[in-house]
Design a protein around this ligand. Sequence first.
Ligand code: ZN
Ligand code: ZN
Length: 344
Amino acid sequence: MTPHPESWLCVRPEGLFCRPGAFYVDPLRPVERAVVTHAHSDHARPGHGAVLASPETLALMRARMGEDRAGESQQALGWGAAITIGEVRVWLQPAGHVLGSAQVAMEWRGSRAVVSGDYKRRPDPTCAAFVPIPCDVFVTEATFGLPVFCHPSDAHEIDRLLASLSLFPERTHVIGCYSIGKCQRLIALLRRAGWNAPIFLHGALAAPCREYERLGVPLGDLRPATVADGESLKGAVVLAPPSAITERWARRLADPVVSLASGWMRVRQRAKSRGVELPLVISDHADWQELNDTIDEVGAPEVWVTHGNEEALIHAVGQRGIVGRALRLVGYGEEQDDVATTDR
Ligand SMILES: [Zn+2]
Ligand SMILES: [Zn+2]
């Protein structure tokens, strides 16, 4: 008989722990051995001993936090290549969230668990697409785990942005987007839609963009957004961290159209309270339907929810005979500069 996942995977104060492998997945505190799903600050924290992750995640971690804080020793694991840690077979498959983002698959004595990390199902020109892995327990996020969250297509949102750009050719469009993933995806989507003009970057976004390009994601003509140069930014697209779009920095741009790209922009009140004139519903997380479809696709009889709106999701899967469990891991969903941080 295969062991129940609860007999070998448990929640400790440090995070989700795999006992027969003696490692944590996305630990919230410094630990000896960590497997990290992706480079966002709520999942990839500094100060671990050994860190296992995809090569891109390790590179983005080093770029974000510095070589010395990204783990004493680092091991890169390519997609689908299995290794054994302790008694556990471990491999990674893409999660489609940001460049390098992985799901962690673990197998022990015939029992298989998959930790999704953050994920989305929409095609993203800047990262590999999510690969469903059949498993006995699927550990999922539920950031947008409410039926109200139904993300429109990226193309639809980019069209709205382009329409605004042609409607207000004298104004500067300043778009808030977090620095790893959303920023580069927006650039790639704009390029794909034919926007070949230079795109201007707030200083905080320059290094991650350089790292994406080094890792093989072309982003076109990028330039620093120098506010002193307000005139030359008329009619331009300026990208900035969400925290910067309403600061004095942004207000000094030429009559700015303040925009924000986030799944939360589906909630009108959020956009309003942040002074966002052009909310763009572009999310790096699965929406309600995608969460449910993914759970059905992996076919796990049991689903554990790390963070987000877990109650509605657990209720919905329960109606389909799937056992749901809330892990309530506190500390996820607070990506640096993500809009969710301030109003959760
Ligand atoms: Zn993330
Ligand atoms: Zn997260």
